[in-house]
Design a protein around this ligand. Structure first.
Ligand SMILES: [Zn+2]
Length: 164
């Protein structure tokens, strides 16, 4: 269920009223949990930024971090792309292009740092295997906390819309 949007239930045409009621009853606690999470908590309303400004800022922050951390990790990346995907924080292509979501500028610095280090680690291990997470762990022992932050607040961040 998209952040901030009303819950929608898709049922087969053949479903009876009773079937629908039963599905709703089964999912009630899940729906309530999702609703509870969808209360704005980050105070993002106060960020009146244009997307162009946010993208520029994101590029500056992410580039500075990537440059510093790539050296520490002993890796080289191709270029940095700033995107606005509604589902993704960062990605690393086989050709070494690193992509980051501009909405990261709204996240705490340690979260941005984690996302950048995570993608740089993919230059060494392209999947999410045990050896990948060991590598992340070695460089950012507190990574679980940042990942938990993204899981908890990420949807609200991704739903943020800039000024037109
Ligand atoms: Zn990854």
């Amino acid at each position: 269920m998209p952040w901030g949007a009303p819950a929608r239930l898709t049922v087969p045409r053949s479903a009876s009223r009773e079937d629908v009621e039963r599905v709703l009853a089964d999912r009630r606690s899940w729906i309530e949990e999702q609703r509870r999470r969808q209360v704005p908590r980050l105070g993002l309303e106060r960020f009146a930024v244009t997307e162009a400004d946010a993208r520029n800022r994101a590029r500056q922050i992410v580039s500075a971090l990537a440059e510093r951390e790539a050296e520490r990790l002993g890796v080289a990346y191709g270029r940095i792309r700033i995107g606005g995907q509604r589902t993704l924080w960062g990605s690393c292509s086989a050709r070494g292009t690193l992509s980051f979501n501009w909405r990261l500028v709204l996240a705490p610095p340690e979260v941005v740092d984690y996302v950048v280090v995570h993608e740089l680690c993919h230059l060494l291990v392209p999947n999410h295997s045990q050896s990948f997470w060991s590598l992340v762990e070695r460089h950012r022992p507190g990574w679980r906390e940042q990942r938990a932050w993204l899981r908890e607040y990420g949807p609200e961040l991704l739903a943020f819309s800039p000024l037109r």
